[in-house]
Ligand binder design. Structure first.
Ligand code: ATP
Length: 370
């Protein structure tokens, strides 16, 4: 196992910059998700770590060693692709054991390691079956087995669950995380699916147009997004943005939106006058008759355990996650109230989050006391 360190990594394809100045560390034994929409540079980053693509600039260190210009075969990394190719004429046992056979490992040792791997993946009962008749989930497990059996320093996975249907994906997300908890191999996992990333990763790097916009734990990224892009990409429904115009001194605790004075975490920087956006997660919105921040019910989606109620306000649509036991009528006037200590404030033009008490870890202290 090994730490992966990426320093000022850059990749250009002609005039196009696919990855710009990425710097992050995947700690030894931890699980990193590279998350972002199609084309943001996730796969290119992964391919550079694997040694399948040469960086234009920057460095890659594996267990402290500079491997930037080393070939893939010299990096002791296992790559699991989305469209994994199993050898169709071989059975499960031979497919899993193939990398060891290619390395010249003695037969008895191959048998032992294949069986140990199959047990770990709970496919020991199908070891002697041909792979051609296997269901998607089992094929994926065989592909994983073939990667694990080598005991590489690191695993790199590029949307490995992309071809599975939703039900299998959920099962495999759980299994992959459980597998990681057992073998603790340093893992980099590419996905465009925020739910997968949140469920599996120790840390997430959220990418946008070749740039890592935020690197942090799932909770940090969800609770304290560094930008409107991150706040919008993570969460379903995403964070609400209530736009307003203003400037605020350092230390401010109130944002004035129309006639409403909204309490928020104390600002740790001065905000020049301009377009701002208050960010609030749907679960931190309540509907309260007495609030001066007014709106009208726009629609609702019943989700069984709760409902998403959309309210039209002067600052835009606001979604609230509310108990499902109350019905609302379209057009009904309502007041909005927010959980003040969980609000984010953004510069609307750049999308950057304004530093506040929320970002300085005070939220966690409050949570422990509360
Ligand atoms: P996806 O999930 O669609 O693969 P991604 O975030 O993994 O998205 P990359 O595959 O890393 O994105 O691609 C980033 C950008 O670089 C894309 O715009 C892509 O078209 C471009 N790109 C990737 N490989 C090459 C190449 N060999 N030549 C030219 N452009 C490339």
């Amino acid at each position: 196992m090994a730490e992966i360190r990426v320093e000022h990594l850059r990749k250009e394809f002609g005039d196009f910059v696919a990855v710009q100045d990425s710097t992050f560390t995947v700690e030894d034994g931890s699980f990193l998700a590279l998350l972002g929409p199609s084309g943001c540079g996730k796969t290119t980053t992964l391919r550079m770590i694997a040694g399948l693509e040469l960086p234009t600039g920057g460095a890659i260190r594996l267990a402290g060693e500079d491997v930037t210009y080393r070939r893939a075969s010299e990096r002791d990394i296992a790559f699991v692709f989305q469209l994994f190719a199993l050898y169709p004429h071989m059975n499960v046992r031979a497919n899993i054991g193939f990398p060891l056979l290619a390395q010249g490992v003695p037969k008895a040792e191959i048998k032992r390691r294949v069986e140990e791997t199959a047990k770990l993946l709970q496919i020991d009962h199908i070891l002697d079956r041909p792979v051609s008749g296997l269901a998607g989930g089992d094929r994926q497990r065989v592909a994983l087995g073939r990667a694990i059996v080598r005991r590489p320093k690191c695993f790199l996975m590029d949307e490995p669950l992309g071809t599975l249907d939703a039900e299998f994906r959920e099962v495999m997300v759980r299994e992959l995380r459980e597998l990681h908890n057992r073998i603790h191999a340093t893992t980099v996992y590419v996905t465009h699916d925020q739910i997968e990333a949140m469920a599996m990763a120790d840390k997430i790097a959220v990418m946008n147009h070749g740039v890592v916009e935020q690197f942090g734990t799932p909770q940090e990224i969800y609770d304290r997004p560094a930008s409107m892009y991150v706040a919008d990409f993570i969460g379903s429904p995403p964070m609400n943005f209530i736009r307003f115009n203003g400037g605020l001194p350092r230390g401010a605790r109130i944002a004035r939106i129309g006639v409403a004075a909204i309490e928020m975490p104390e600002l740790r920087e001065e905000v020049a006058p301009g377009d701002l956006a208050l960010g609030v997660r749907p679960e931190h919105v309540r509907l309260v008759d007495s609030s001066p921040l007014r709106g009208a019910i726009y629609g609702s989606e019943y989700l069984g355990t709760n409902q998403i109620v959309t309210v039209e306000t002067e600052g835009g649509l606001v979604r609230a996650r509310l108990p499902a036991d109350h019905g609302y009528t379209i057009g009904e006037p309502v007041g909005l109230a927010f959980k003040s200590e969980r609000l984010s404030l953004f510069e609307a033009r750049s999308g950057r989050a304004i530093r506040s008490a929320l970002h300085e870890g005070e939220l966690r202290r409050e949570a422990r006391h509360g």
